[in-house]
Design a protein around this ligand. Structure first.
Ligand code: 3PG
Length: 381
């Protein structure tokens, strides 16, 4: 690899310690079971290169949205065993605000990993702070970003640290950077499928896809924004619906949960209190046909609560339909999207499966991300 920011460039240097930003924001059940560990597997190759070169690795990650406060619900302690199992190294969890942190880091062997407790326990992470970025940078002599999924955020550990340390892209990050850049769609017969639960972030991104793809299929929690006038995003959703360029397709029927029973309703009959849990059979057929006729398919977000068998059919059929289309260029991204491909299909049947959700969408839309720019523009290597 010729690029100066590719991870393999570090072999020629004499670095001793690395701040490695990863995204271990993995889905966890109420009983603390890790539902998908793809994001941990994704950093394996990078970790191996560093460990084989006897470089001390200090992992930085966030988990959830603890809003700048220490909250044990979001502690990375929940992931320690899983990380040890997947990566095969002992993990030492350290607190960034521990007065002894530097001594503790020094005392740990290079054949063990260091993991800093959830970086979002500090308000200065999300608020971008030079002081905080400098403090993080003082812990190592170079930085690697292997956290594509959070590289759309202007956070201290993403865009701040590269101001102070020589910075590189990890293997997976580099791979995302290359593959996503290659997926620019032609308008004709291009389809984007949007679902999932993180609606607030997504509706704006969705708006930016107008004119970029011919058809957008809507599923999951996002449906509500289009049909419920009390929804915060209703006005934007209405504008999107009437855009006149890109066809926005809503499901004709959906599955709703009310009083613990699942019912199929036509979309016009859904009320504000109904919990949307999947798309219905008519919509599955309609969406599958459109997918079949497309030559570019981008997918982010499941159609409903696919973790529960009763409400998994919509998402499962979307995976199957995309995989059955052998001629289209197919890209998918997002934590739960990845999880559902794992459950109902196979990564190898897609052209590219990204670890990013919002980051993936923003990269496709803008052709760049703040975290990527910070590495490319790094002046210290
Ligand atoms: C994700 O899961 O999309 C990333 O980890 C980013 O998380 P965020 O949306 O809370 O910034």
């Amino acid at each position: 690899m010729n690029e100066k920011f590719h991870i393999e460039q570090i072999i020629k240097k004499n670095y001793k310690s690395c701040l490695l930003r990863v995204d271990f924001n993995v889905p966890i059940s109420d009983t603390n079971i890790i539902l998908d560990n793809t994001r941990i597997h994704a950093v394996k190759k990078t970790i191996e290169l560093l460990m084989n070169n006897k470089i001390k690795v200090i992992l930085i990650s966030h988990l959830g949205r603890p809003s700048g406060k220490k909250n044990l619900t979001f502690s990375l302690n929940k992931l320690v065993m899983e990380i040890e199992n997947v990566l095969n190294y002992k993990v030492n969890l350290l607190e960034l605000d521990d007065q002894q942190i530097k001594n503790k880091i020094d005392a740990i062997n290079t054949n063990e990993l260091i993991l800093l407790e959830n970086i979002r326990f500090f308000r200065d992470e999300e608020n971008y702070s030079d002081i905080f970025s400098k403090k993080l940078s003082s812990l190592a002599d170079f930085y690697i970003n292997e956290a594509f999924a959070v590289s759309h955020r202007n956070h201290s550990s993403i865009t701040g640290v590269p101001q102070y340390l020589p910075s590189y892209m990890g293997y997976k990050m580099y791979d995302e950077y290359n593959s996503v850049l290659n997926s620019n769609p032609q308008f004709k017969n291009s389809t984007a499928i949007f679902g999932g639960a993180k609606i607030d972030d997504k509706i704006l991104i969705l708006q930016n896809f107008i004119g970029k793809v011919e058809t957008i299929l809507i599923g999951g929690g996002m449906i509500k924004s289009f049909i419920n006038s009390q929804d915060n995003n209703y006005n934007i959703a209405k504008m999107i619906l009437n855009n006149g360029i890109t066809r926005i397709i809503l499901p004709d029927d959906i599955l709703i949960k009310s009083n613990n029973t699942i019912k199929t309703k036509i979309i016009g009959d859904v009320s504000g209190d109904d919990q949307i849990v999947d798309i219905g059979p008519k919509s599955i057929n309609k969406y599958s046909k459109i997918i079949n006729d497309s030559n570019y398919i981008l997918w982010n977000g499941p159609m409903g609560i696919f973790e529960v068998q009763e409400t998994s059919i919509g998402t499962c059929k979307i995976v199957n339909s995309i995989e059955d289309n052998n001629t289209a260029y197919t890209v998918a991204g997002g934590g739960s999207t990845v999880q559902s491909i794992k459950q109902f299909g196979n990564f190898s049947n897609f052209n590219h499966v990204s670890t990013g959700g919002g980051a993936f969408m923003e990269f496709i839309e803008n052709g760049s991300l703040p975290g990527i720019n910070a590495i490319i523009e790094n002046k210290l290597i």
